[in-house]
Design a protein around this ligand. Structure first.
Ligand code: BES
Ligand code: ZN
Ligand code: ZN
Length: 509
């Protein structure tokens, strides 16, 4: 597996956060903190400084805000970081996750080596946030916030500690046990998400279909229960995967189909089989239908769906759900050249269906359709694909949510549930047959383009034509992978989809 850029360890310790030593103590503050609370105790110990910053208006305890105070020897920790949690009644798992991420971001910014986390202490019991879930999200948030993509920065001024130790502190032994259970899951998903971010952030001259396949192989080698096979261009030709081959034929680096497989110990024929399929266009220039130059560099992120699957398979193989999971990553580079596929070409896909190419920039659907058919061939009864598929999805619902479409309401509902718990937001959009009508061609079974409107829906409807009996859902993450980041997040990929797909797979029956 690619080495983590910052080594993050998350521990749980029973004790009093006021006395424990550390570079930084991070506590959660409600805008309506009750008289008996950790933050009121801290205020007294620091001679009223917490109230002072509140009165000055420097810190209103709103979510996604923080305030740094110095402990002057009055606490075990050197510094105190207040993290806003908003109103007590409105507290959610996601508010807490973002707060702890901000704490880790600030800790790295301060070059701290250790941070004590007591963000959950004043969360009211009535909020019904379970301590196991809190443990998980504290670990996930700490990993997320501490992340920086700096592997190509050579200037020493960017140096930061290679390690961060986050210690979740609680005085109650029973709570500590629950927190530990959650943390053990959260570090897995948190690290898997950061692993995904690093691969996604790497540029097109580093990650191409061949090197991406090598990363997937390396990952599978490092985790027992995870296997990886890679179909190269010869095997793709043998299998007649015309969609993947067409998109990849213009690039000096040939396409690949990466097949990851997790199987639980004792799996039998009746073990349910789930398929996760992710678009990995390692660079999308648009091909012969070339994209405009401005912003084209961001198309290195057009592999983000595939990377989400890679990251989720990393977590899934460690967390070991009871189902079997295939992670299929069709990988190609979409480039213009004398070998490129062209507008007007008719491509025969793996399914046997033919597609008239109208725009070579609608390439994601051409590689996904082959991988979706293949997932069904491998025995997947449910298939979820994830892709940076359409700019139209971003126009429709913005940069904070991914589009969610599908042919099965129960599957869509399960993905929505996973979205609620993980904070990776989705919004249900239609993809019915009226959109398919727009893609009927006179000279092939389908065109790879619909009408002028509802491009996210036509993109999904195109994919629906390659599903036979399986339950299928599609996540269009074009807006969220990079641009969905909040201003507190590190620049680049946010690893969207890793938590969502992992949570979904963990509950798949
Ligand atoms: N990779 C793009 C979609 C995209 C756009 C992702 C913006 C992230 C941000 C995709 O391959 C593409 O180019 N789609 C076209 C489809 C069109 C030709 C039907 C688009 O969105 O314009
Ligand atoms: Zn494109
Ligand atoms: Zn693309």
């Amino acid at each position: 597996m690619a080495k983590a850029l910052i080594q993050i360890a998350v521990k749980v310790q029973k004790g009093d956060c006021l006395n424990l030593a550390g570079d930084l103590l991070a506590v959660g503050v409600f805008s309506d903190s009750p008289a008996k609370s950790l933050v009121k105790t801290l205020d007294k110990m620091l001679g009223g400084s917490v109230e002072k910053v509140k009165k000055l208006g420097d810190f209103e305890a709103k979510p996604n805000t923080s305030c740094l105070l110095y402990a002057d020897g009055k606490l075990g920790a050197k510094r105190l970081l207040l993290l806003g949690l908003g109103k007590r009644k409105k507290i959610t798992l996601n508010v807490l996750r973002e707060a702890v991420a901000l704490a880790a971001t600030k800790a790295v910014g301060l070059k701290a080596k250790s941070v004590l986390l007591s963000l959950h202490t004043d969360v009211p019991g009535s909020a019904k946030l379970d301590s196991v879930q809190i443990g998980q999200l504290l670990a996930e948030g700490a990993c997320f916030g501490a992340y920086r993509y700096d592997e190509y920065l050579t200037d020493k001024k960017h140096k930061r500690p290679a390690n961060l130790k986050a210690v979740v502190v609680d005085s109650d032994a029973a709570v500590v046990t629950k927190l530990r259970k959650g943390v053990s899951v959260g570090v897995v998903t948190g690290h898997a998400q950061n692993f995904a971010r690093t691969i996604a952030n790497r540029p097109g001259n580093v990650i191409n279909p061949v090197t991406l396949a090598a990363e997937a192989k390396k990952l599978a080698k490092s985790i027992s229960g995870l296997r990886c096979t890679v179909l190269d261009e010869k095997q793709l030709k043998q299998k007649k995967m015309g969609g993947i081959l067409a998109v990849g034929q213009g690039s000096a680096t040939p396409p690949r189909l990466i097949v990851l497989h997790y199987s639980p110990v004792g799996a039998t024929k009746s073990t349910p089989v789930l398929g996760l399929v992710g678009k990995a266009v390692t660079f999308d220039s648009g091909g012969i239908s070339l994209k405009p130059g401005a912003g084209m560099h961001d198309m290195k992120f057009d592999k983000s769906g595939g990377i989400a699957v890679l990251g989720a398979m990393n977590a899934i193989a460690q967390l070991k759900p009871k189902c079997r999971v295939y992670g299929l990553i069709p990988a190609a580079e979409n480039m213009p050249g004398s070998d490129s596929y062209r507008p007007g070409d008719i491509v025969t896909t793996y399914s046997g269906k033919t597609v008239e190419i109208q725009n070579t920039d609608a390439e994601g659907r051409m590689i996904l359709c082959d991988a979706i058919s293949y997932a069904e061939k491998l025995g997947c009864k449910s298939i979820v694909d994830i892709a940076t598929l359409t700019g139209a999805c971003v126009v429709a619902i913005g940069q904070k949510r991914a589009g969610l479409m599908g042919n099965d309401d129960a599957l869509v509902a399960k993905l929505k549930k996973a979205s609620d718990t993980t904070g990776e937001r989705v919004w249900h959009l239609p993809c019915d047959d009226e959109f398919v009508e727009e893609m009927k061609s006179k000279i092939a079974d389908l065109k790879n383009l619909g009408g002028k409107w509802g491009g996210a829906c036509t993109g999904a409807a195109f994919l629906s034509q390659f599903v036979d009996k399986a339950k299928w859902a599609h996540i269009d993450m074009a807006g969220v992978g990079v641009w969905g980041a909040s201003e507190n997040d590190a620049p680049g990929s946010i690893g969207f989809g890793v938590r969502l797909l992992t949570a979904f797979a963990m509950n798949y029956k």
